[in-house]
Design a protein around this ligand. Structure first.
Ligand code: ATP
Ligand code: FE2
Length: 324
């Protein structure tokens, strides 16, 4: 069960890595952003029907389930607690164990499962996250990340403030295809980290000054994605990896994929991307990571199953990943 933000996801997998079902339902706010409490209410309202639907799609019954994995963090507190509560009560009802899974590790693991890549540098870009993750010294480590807002959030804010609507990523992408006129915008890479809020402000200023919106959209994408690709490239060289994996909702963007493909080709590396339904938040990624953790001996006793709002990926035990 996934519910770290505004999307509720339920997935069922077997321990051979077959995805038997994965369904989700997203809260779409009428205006503005996501309120943690509204996200929690959304999860509470839809999770039980989603569990039934997922079982139906997998042609299974509750008694066939051996483990209940839930996303324990990082995420919005009320949202996390709602899903954790659902996991605990289902566990009591069917008398099967629960296991808390790290959301970011979930993205990487479903990416490895669905693409077949083994030891990638992962670029995880969504509305809430922008991180470069790779396995090193026994853990997934963060090689670089945003210091302020996530790239998807930046696109969403830009689109909202220029009247393009929500979600912003696809709107900005569509308009950007009508331009190839690059307007200079601030490019902010600090060491291995990124910042997007200055870029957002500068892009809004250009728009207010009368620069055509398609030119601003094009330039915004080119700048933000170059920053993301630059730190991914350096992480790849530093960690000595030969594979690049793109995950998160922003992976839907064709221009970002194209730029990562070019960069990978230049390094004789291979570029991977999961099917789109497994790029964004989904239940299967939590189910599969839970299965990996459980079969490698990890346990989450119910009395220690509290949520972890800021659970960093480098704090997570991943005994199933082996240093190549
Ligand atoms: P997380 O909890 O992992 O942070 P999320 O709640 O942001 O995820 P996702 O579905 O992974 O949910 O990502 C949504 C983001 O992806 C939004 O910011 C949206 O604008 C962005 N996005 C979607 N399609 C595109 C696209 N074609 N180009 C760029 N961004 C996109
Ligand atoms: Fe996510």
């Amino acid at each position: 069960m996934e519910g770290t933000a505004e999307k509720t996801g339920v997935g069922i997998v077997d321990d051979a890595g077959n995805i038997l079902s994965s369904i989700g339902k997203q809260l779409i706010p009428e205006s503005g952003g996501i309120h943690p409490r509204e996200a929690a209410e959304h999860h509470a309202a839809v999770i039980v029907p989603l569990i039934s639907e997922a079982l139906e799609e997998a042609q299974l019954e509750l008694k066939d389930i051996d483990l209940i994995a839930f996303a324990r963090g990082p995420g919005l507190g009320p949202a996390l607690r709602t899903v954790a509560t659902a996991a605990r009560s289902l566990s009591m009802r069917i008398n099967k164990p629960i296991l808390g899974v790290n959301h970011c590790v979930g993205h990487v693991e479903i990416g490895r499962l669905t693409t077949g890549c083994a030891d990638p540098v992962t670029l995880y870009v969504s509305g809430g996250n922008s991180q470069v993750i790779a396995f090193d010294s026994g853990r997934y480590q963060v090689f670089g990340e945003t210091l302020d807002i996530a790239a998807g959030n930046m696109l969403d804010q830009f689109a909202r403030q220029t009247g393009l609507g929500h979600p912003g990523g696809p709107k900005v992408e569509n308009l950007s295809k009508k331009s190839d006129n690059y307007i200079r915008l601030p490019y902010t890479v600090k060491g291995m980290d990124l910042a997007f809020s200055g870029l957002l402000t500068a892009a809004l200023r250009k728009y207010e000054a009368g620069v055509p919106l398609e030119d601003v959209c094009f330039s915004l994408q080119e700048t933000a994605f170059s920053m993301l690709v630059e730190i991914t490239e350096r992480a790849m060289a530093h960690a000595e990896k030969r594979e690049v994996l793109l995950v998160g909702g922003v992976a839907a963007n064709q221009r970002l994929r194209e730029m990562l493909q070019i960069m990978s080709d230049e390094h004789y590396a291979e570029f991977f991307m999961p099917p789109l339904e497994y790029c964004g938040d989904n239940g299967a990624m939590i189910a599969w990571t839970g299965a990996l953790a459980f079969t490698h001996g990890l346990r989450t006793p119910v009395d220690q199953s509290f949520v972890r709002l800021r659970w960093r990926v480098d704090k997570v035990d991943v005994p199933w990943v082996k240093q190549p």
